[in-house]
Each structure stands twice: as structure tokens, then as C-alpha cells.
Design a protein around this ligand. Sequence first.
Ligand code: ZN
Ligand code: ZN
Length: 304
Amino acid sequence: MCIGCALAGWPPSRRERGPFPEEADPFPWPDRRRDGGTLTWTGVAGFVFACEGTRIAFDPFVSRPLLSAVVLRAPAPDAARVERWFSDLDAVFVGHTHYDHAMDLAAVARASPRARIVGSATTVELCRRLGVADDRLAAASDGVTTTVGPFRVSAVAADHGKVPVARFFDRMTLPARGLPSTPARYPRGEVLAWRVEASGRTFHVHGSAGIDDAALGRQGPVDALIACLAARKGTPRYLERLVAPLKPSVLVPCHHDDFFRPLDEPPAPVPTLRWRAFRRESRALAERDGVTTWLPVRGEPAAW
Ligand SMILES: [Zn+2]
Ligand SMILES: [Zn+2]
């Protein structure tokens, strides 16, 4: 190592490593108990939880079209890839309907024929228009709880992160009829977070970086907080405000990979990640609140 690199702190030590480790640490519960479940990050805000033979997904999205296709082409989910990542699900929960959370839903419904899709009124209407049968759709709003196998999943009203320049293209609602003509035209719809309980553990899944303080304030403590890092700059004291009521032991970042890069390529940071600021914030949370940050590895199930 040259002296310049040493002074610059490069390569980073294990404690200071970057956002995308090649290997995950064991899930850092303070009591070290393992409860038989697994958690798999599938990129962006996507996760699959498995427990006692039941599999549920949040914001399943793996098609990741290039920017030119997002703006100019009709949405074209990668059915083969969706099938590899999202078959055999029992339920799917959708936090909001931007394309990087909801574009693959019809393909997911085909890959997992017994899965119910749970989300906002906009999610339900989108899925209907995508051809998903009505009896597989369930609308959720703040406080609505869904039970699937060992999982109890409750919707928590939330808000969207402030995306730079979004006001030029962001839509709030679906077109009057038909489907969005491009992925970029997928609307935001209502934004939900989720409280997930199974096997004696509780997770809060926060897939976009805005907060509904009233709804969040109604939540009791959780064991782990999964928090979107993209576009959080416009939400003052974002992590602090999530941690205060939820009191997690573990913080899991998500929505921190650049979703214009295909899944086969190594992950790269999303442009609004601000990794150094996150490390500062997470160190402060560790010191003050005893929160351990755990970095997921895309596609690798981690036992919890
Ligand atoms: Zn969004
Ligand atoms: Zn997103």
C-alpha cells in the first residue's frame, strides 16, 4: 500500500467497506438467536422473506431496462428473469407503483400463480389493467393487516423521497384508461411501508425515503429496519426519524444500487446514495441507539 493510499484510508478496512460487500456478515441480532427465516435482497427495494415454507416478496423488480428504454419504449418485463427470481411466492406486497417497484408485477403473478398481490388502490387498479385476476388482488391502506402462513404484514402509510428533477416527469395517478406507455410513466400512487412479523421477529420495510410522521408514530418497536437510501436528502433527519419510534437493533439499507445496470453486472451506487453521509449517520445511530448496520448481498438469502 502506498503512503498516499494509507493516508486516504484506502483500501477501506472491513468496518469501512463500501455499500456492496461480496459476502454478507451473519445477521447481527444482539441475542444471536436464529428463527428459521431468510431474507434475500433482490435489488432496488425488492426483498423475499421466507419462513416455514412460505415465501413473500416486497417490490419485486428485476427487469431493469436501460434509461433509453425507460423513457422511450413500452414496458417489457424480462419474464425469464422474473421467473428465476420470483417463482413460488405466496404473496407480494407493493410499496408504490413507480416502475422500479411495480413494472414486473404481471410477470411475477404468472411466475407465482398462487400469490396474492397486496398494495394501494393504484397498485390494485394497475394489476387489474395488467390482466391479474381480481381474486388475487387485495387493497391495503394504513393499518390493514394481511396474514400469509407465519407472516403478519401490516401496511403503514408513508411518503416518497424527494427525487431531483422528478417534478418534470413524475405522475401521481394512472392514465384515465389503459396502461402507462413507458416505464417512466408508471405513476407513484399511494406510498406504503410495511410492518412484517414472523417467528418472534419484527421488521419494518421502508421502500421509499419519505415519512408519514403520524403513521410512523403509531408503530411500536421492531427488531430490524429496512430503509431506502435513494433520494433521502430531501427528508430531514430521515434515518433518525425512522429509528426514534422503531428502535431497531439492525438497520438494512436498500434501494442503494443503480437500477439502470442489469442484474448480471456488479452493483454500483445509485446517484443519490451519498454513501459517506450514510456511514456518518449509521455510526451516530450505532453509538447513540445501539443500531448495527447490516449490508445485504443481492440474490443471497441471509438467515435471520
Ligand atoms: Zn418511487
Ligand atoms: Zn424506487
